[in-house]
Design a protein around this ligand. Sequence first.
Ligand SMILES: [Zn+2]
Length: 294
Amino acid sequence: MVDKIFQKFHLSPDHPESPKRISYIYDQLKKHNLLNKCISFKKHIKVKQWLNTVHTDNHIESIKENYPEAYEVAISGVKSCLSAVEKIEKNRCSNIFCAIRPPGHHAINTGKVEGFCFFNNIAITAKYLQKKYNYKKILIVDWDYHHGNATQDMFYDDNTVLFFSTHDKDAYPGTGQTTKIGIGKGKGYNINVHLPCGTNDEKIIEVFNNILVPRASKFKPEFILISAGFDGRHDDPLGCFEISDKGFEKLTKIVMNLSKKFCDNKIISILEGGYNLHGNAKGVLAHIKTLDSI
Ligand SMILES: [Zn+2]
């Protein structure tokens, strides 16, 4: 899922969450003859009721008023995710990657941009799957370098969404402690794994195999969503991990194996962070080539 609209809007001229993130991805897709596999989102999809599943009216109105250009692009991101659901539900494919920006997993209801995020794309997608298509159990895998605090908060008391996040808890936004396991009936359905600076392929793959795989196998998801951030890649200006493209391929494969076993290969992967323009595009390429190898 790609669209030129994601090459619009910049928070400030030198901000790392740049429209170039998408043009670099686009260049890689073109170079590797993958543009023929790309589709755009349905422009007419109505999103208001779906935004409201996790966001307050005050938040939505405030973003619209204070960040009009960001609002248009962020809404298009949400539309892309919902279009991806529609495409999969109509049996036209089993997995889709949404090359969208701005990211979403820090978007809480403050009425402001939080960690470059405006609307929580992945949380809205999970709600859409549940309410429109009656999915009972959704797994969200968040391998972005930063903790997906908004996603955690939105499903913290919910046992229908298993949230698994690997991140550096010492980085922005300072959340993601391993003791945060959920509350009420959601207890045990929030899994935070802190990884230190220097984390490499071997370490993160071990965590996926030893923690994610057994827990997800017990949960038996019906649909899997990935918060795919590539700021854990080596040479990212905002991260301090050392993950390679081979590492991202392997993480993708582990999630695909879970999806094959439990949910008929269904995966929607949504771009989150990744701020080395070339590195982010290479990480995305490795990820989608793996998704495409099904
Ligand atoms: Zn990030």
